[in-house]
Design a protein around this ligand. Structure first.
Ligand SMILES: [Zn+2]
Length: 1122
């Protein structure tokens, strides 16, 4: 009713009767305050009440303003265009001279409230000319706190818009704000706080930051910060102190700002003030912001290596002109690839509005429907593929001449056939006779008596003294194998096995004391498929680029999974911060820094360090080792540099190294300073792995999760743009961990994950032969030879036919194929452990295993990248390329394992025997649990905006069955983490190519966590080899259930059936993948580790990791994805 009256008044243009309007408005206001219901009515979106008020506002602004200032429904006000009207009033009122102070006060108070609710506020203000009104008001009322406060509040909102910030800066507002905030005074702190906020926002503009530097405001800000730090004894003005730091933080986003900060002794000032704040927990925001600024300003160091190119070079048979290797070696000599000339990307400021930031789009989803429809490509002509027939003898074997009861004879008789007549293929990349001989000798291990094995002289040319010695001692009585370290034979405890004589028995006898003679742990008893002697034999046939001649103890002794639980490490409060402070101290107290190089692959006589007893000794010159350099930074702290993948200048994450010469009970800190991934599970409970030789010889040969104070953060070592995909100003990341050693004179090993070398695989495969029963059909072929001259094994496992009757032979030949592969990425050793579980299950005696063998023919390439594994690479092969990006067009010379594996699949497609399931095992560094990636047109379309017809979307849900079963039976497996989206960046991976070109609907990547599980039976625990092997076995069980679910005869029928079982409504939306590196989606749970965050609320440390999001850091990852 009152509204009606007001409306009428407006309508009748009774402008003169201001007093009446005022009365009515007051009544409405009163009514709203006293009767909630009518209040809601007036303000609700549906009612016209707000329009009425707005209209009245235009007519008699002052009274209505009073009303609105008390209102709560700002959102409605904004949506009805209220902001624009306010600005109109403001600009027109400003033309009156002098403007009404009361009106200006009200208008600004109201704008200050409206501002944060209106995303277009900044643009509207600029377009209406309101910016200047507010600025001149501020200038004229510097002493008038009552009016100044709302004006500054509005200015604070204006400044959030980047275009406004630039324009305000041009009009002297930055200088104006500096006038308001200084000198130190506690007089009007609320005003000061708002002025600092506005200034902080203005300084986000690089032009303004430059202005602040030019005006010498950096030392002024620091001095002011010190004043507040000293005078705010009760910490009542933390927000002002924080405001000052935010200004500094934004200024130091530019290079000039960082320079000014360093010159003004900013590092020391912030370091000292932060240290003083440390005991007061409520001051954490100050410490965190200070540490952020210090990290940013910390002068970028060069990585302490002569070049970032791998310390080893491997001459490729030919180099593709556009490939990464050509790029790598095309730089003129003398170019320093470790650092860039400039360390900064100070791009010119974009004059665009930031009010309405577009939501980030995932542009990696495949949107080309033609590419989404699996179209079996003809691939290569069948004539070329025919040679691969020899790898599928089971599809033609008739078993007529052999007695089925004697499997060993059958196995033997097949041997001449298995050896592929390599010449028929391409002699260059198929197994050479030499390697074939090695392979045969490996296989000979289990069938031939030991005597004949030792009579062999394999790989004599490769074997170094060390290996020979091991070989010889192995031939003696076990008791004499005293090259194993003794507890106090310090000098004899030389790294690995390179000086067994030194560790001779006399040393042990002389010293006597604690446990004189020590024997090799009988791992053969603990580990049925491990044999140290056999391992050494295998190493002799393994060809590494650095020609390693040593054997690491863990691989020699083997690993027995511990029986105790290994829960995720709880993150200690403030750990990252305290580590960063220790790093900053290197700059503040340079005299405390030793900087003593104790290990260096780049010098020929590595390791050269004289043993003064003051330093640890390092080594990693053994299979899968990759330490390049170790520097003693402080007495008990070491910086470690990892070697790049061979023929590459980056990809460091995996590590495997040996340490000796330690003191018992002392805490050592280790920093791996050239990690590349932008985040790591080391921030979420994952520990490193340690193997103690002393523990091993005491009967506990095992890797255990170890390390405290673990964290992973961006460091001050500059990453060359050459290795960062062309981006400048990038840094490396540090993985830091601390540990104490519990045995004197121990030799310990640290690794990223449970090592699994190529020689281990060969030993394991040889041991698998021993599991063969008359009912098992096992064939080991050599698929091809790698670039490095190692053989790539191919296994065929199925059941022998029940008899040689036609029916049984027919059933045998017609079993569907399952194709498995693993370890294309050398750093993902967990994939090998899962594969080990699969292989042992398949060779097992359980009824399940027997049924499985009867149901399928398994084709398995257990290690797609032997060279990478051997040489300690993290991701690539010797060609310096990620082999899992070569599946579209593998080069037979450069990517032989991929080329021939793909050919096997192409051959199968040609003979209409494409596998039922293809799965490539991988490891995932940034997620927990085990999960799968598959390929689905429908789910890809759902994730994108492309329009598709319903026929495009016709797809059965068969691809979901296997992961679904796994989620039911495998405790580590998580369906929620699975994704079935096809990404552009993955179009050359095994999964996508096998799906698209070979036409395998169930084509997967199975990713196993490196860390542990956050669901299921293993929730809260770190993953171990037992769980990984179990996963491999469960994968087999799931395949059996897949078969039972389907009754398996005709593919199409079974797919339909599965759809029924799984249910077509299960629209689980999969997470899409933003991350281009690895085969992994972005990791949302994250700690802000980065020093370059623009997020106002992001502190370098967030202990709970909730309200902080990870910078997607796209470009950072691009470098890993080509
Ligand atoms: Zn991988």
């Amino acid at each position: 009713m009152l509204l009606g009256q007001l409306e009428r008044m407006n309508g009748e243009a009774m402008v003169r009767d201001v007093e009446t309007a005022r009365q009515v408005t007051t009544k409405i206001l009163h009514l709203i305050q006293t009767q909630e219901k009518s209040g809601k009515e007036v303000m609700s979106k549906g009612s016209s009440g707000m329009e009425v008020i707005l209209a009245s506002l235009e007519v008699s602004s002052q009274t209505t303003l009073e009303f609105l200032c008390r209102g709560r429904r700002m959102g409605v006000f904004v949506s009805k265009g209220g902001t624009g009207i306010l600005f109109q009033i403001l600009t027109s009122a400003s033309k009156e001279l002098p403007p009404s102070e009361e009106l200006m006060l009200q208008l600004h108070s109201l704008l200050a409230k409206v501002g944060p609710k209106d995303r277009k506020f900044g643009v509207k203000a600029r377009l209406s000319g309101a910016l200047n009104v507010t600025i001149s008001l501020i200038k004229q009322n510097l002493q008038n706190a009552k009016l100044l406060l709302p004006c500054l509040q509005v200015l604070r909102v204006y400044s959030a818009n980047s275009v406004n910030a630039i324009s305000l800066g041009k009009n002297g507002v930055v200088e104006l704000m500096f006038k308001i905030i200084a000198p130190y005074s506690k007089k009007n702190t609320s005003l000061l706080k708002v002025a600092l906020d506005a200034l902080g926002a203005l300084l986000k503009s690089k032009t303004n930051a430059r202005r602040a530097v030019d005006g010498s405001h950096v030392p002024a800000l620091l001095a002011l910060y010190l004043d507040w730090h000293r005078n705010d004894a009760r910490h009542r003005h933390m927000l002002i102190r924080k405001g000052l730091l935010v200004c500094l933080r934004n200024i130091t986003n530019i290079k000039l700002g960082r320079k000014a900060f360093i010159e003004a002794d900013g590092m020391r000032i912030l370091y000292n003030t932060s240290t003083e704040c440390l005991p007061v927990r409520t001051l954490d925001p100050l410490i965190n912001t200070s540490s952020l600024i210090m990290r940013k300003c910390f002068p970028k160091n060069r990585l302490p290596v002569p070049t970032i190119k791998s310390a080893f070079h491997y001459q490729l048979p030919h180099v593709l002109p556009v490939g990464p290797v050509a790029q790598l070696y095309s730089q003129p000599p003398g170019v320093d690839d470790v650092v860039d000339d400039s360390d900064d990307n100070e791009e010119t400021e974009a004059e665009t509005d930031t009010d309405n930031e577009e939501d980030e789009k995932n542009d990696d989803i495949e949107t080309d429907l033609n590419k989404l429809h699996p179209t079996k490509s003809p691939g290569r002509p069948f004539e070329e593929l025919r040679v691969y027939e020899r790898f599928f003898l089971e599809l033609s074997e008739d078993f007529q001449v052999r007695s089925l009861s004697s499997s060993s004879s059958s196995a033997r008789s097949t041997r001449p056939i298995i050896v592929p007549t390599a010449q028929a293929l391409s002699p260059k990349h198929m197994a050479t006779p030499a390697s074939q001989e090695i392979w045969n000798s490996i296989k000979g291990q289990h069938t031939q008596p030991p005597a004949s094995a030792t009579s062999r002289t394999p790989a004599a040319s490769l074997a170094s003294l060390e290996l020979d010695t091991i070989h010889l001692t192995k031939d003696h009585d076990k008791k004499e194998e005293t090259h194993i370290p003794t507890p106090d034979g310090h000098t004899t405890l030389s790294s690995s096995m390179h000086s067994p004589q030194d560790c001779g028995s006399e040393g042990a006898e002389d010293e006597g004391g604690e446990g004189a003679v020590l024997e090799v742990p009988d791992t053969a008893l603990l580990l049925p498929l491990h044999d140290p002697d056999l391992y050494v034999e295998m190493v002799k046939g393994t060809r590494s680029v650095p020609q390693y001649a040593e054997v690491a103890y863990p691989d020699y002794f083997g690993h027995v999974a511990p029986t105790f639980k290994e829960p995720h490490l709880e993150r200690v409060y403030g750990v990252q911060r305290s580590k960063i402070f220790q790093d900053i101290e290197r700059l503040i107290h340079p005299n405390d820094i030793l900087d003593k190089v104790v290990y260096d692959l780049d010098i020929p006589s590595c390791p050269v360090i004289e043993d003064s007893g003051e330093s640890l000794k390092f080594n990693s010159q053994f299979e899968s080792g990759n330490l390049r350099k170790a520097i003693q930074v402080r007495k008990y702290e070491y910086d470690l540099v990892l070697n790049s993948d061979i023929n590459s200048n980056h990809y460091h994450q995996w590590f495997y190294l040996e340490v000796s010469g330690m003191r018992v009970g002392t805490t050592y800190r280790f920093n791996i300073i050239n990690c590349e991934k932008s985040n790591s599970q080391f921030n979420y409970g994952m520990q490193v792995l340690m193997y103690s030789v002393q523990e091993a010889i005491s009967g506990r040969p095992r890797w255990v999760r170890t390390g405290t104070d673990i964290c992973y953060y961006k460091n001050h070592f500059a990453r060359s743009s050459i290795a960062a995909g062309g981006q400048k100003g990038k840094s490396y990341f540090t993985l830091t961990f601390s540990t104490t050693f519990s045995h004197k004179d121990d030799v310990c090993y640290f690794a990223y994950h449970y090592p699994y070398t190529y020689s281990t695989l060969k030993m394991h495969l040889a041991k698998l032969e021993a599991l063969r029963t008359p009912h098992i059909y096992l064939r080991q072929d050599v698929l091809c030879e790698t670039l490095g001259g190692n053989i790539c094994p191919l296994l065929t496992i199925t059941a022998m036919p029940e008899s040689n009757s036609n029916d049984h032979i027919c059933q045998f030949r017609n079993r569907p194929l399952i194709f498995l592969s693993a370890r294309v990425h050398p750093g993902e050793t967990n994939a090998s452990w899962v594969m080990k579980g699969t292989l042992e299950f398949l060779m097992g005696t359980s009824p399940l295993a027997a049924s499985l063998r009867e149901a399928y023919i398994f084709k398995i390439v257990p290690m797609l990248n032997p060279d990478g594994v051997i040489n300690g690479n993290h991701r690539c092969s010797l060609s310096g390329e990620d082999l899992n990006r070569q599946w579209q067009n593998p080069n037979p010379e450069l990517h032989p394992t991929i080329y021939h594996t793909k050919s096997l699949l192409q051959y199968l497609a040609h003979i209409q025997r494409a596998p039922l399931v293809f799965c490539d095992y991988h490891g995932h560094s940034r997620k927990k649990n085990v999960f799968m990636y598959g390929c689905s047109v429908k789910e890809t379309v759902w994730q994108s905006n492309i329009s598709a017809t319903s026929s495009d979307l016709h797809e059965d849900l068969g691809y979901r069955t296997l992961p679904k079963i796994l989620s039911q039976i495998a405790p580590a497996f998580s369906m929620a983490s699975c994704s079935f989206v096809v990404e552009r960046s993955k179009e050359a991976t095994a999964r996508v190519v096998v799906w698209r070109e070979i036409g395998v609907q169930r084509s997967y990547t199975m990713e196993s966590t490196l860390c542990g599980c956050d669901q299921g039976k293993y929730k809260g625990l770190q993953i171990g080899t037992r769980e990984l092997e179990e996963m491999g076995a469960q994968f087999c069980v799931a395949l059996l259930r897949l078969k039972r679910l389907t009754g398996l005869r005709n593919h199409q029928h079974l797919l339909d059936l599965e759809s029924d079982i799984i249910g077509t409504q299960s629209k689980v939306v999969s997470p899409t993948t933003y991350v281009m590196e690895e085969d992994e989606p972005s990791f949302l749970e994250a700690i802000d580790y980065s020093a370059e965050s623009d997020n106002e609320d992001a502190e370098p440390e967030n202990e709970h990791g909730n309200n902080v999001h990870e910078n997607p850091d796209h470009l950072d990852q691009l470098s890993d994805s080509y």
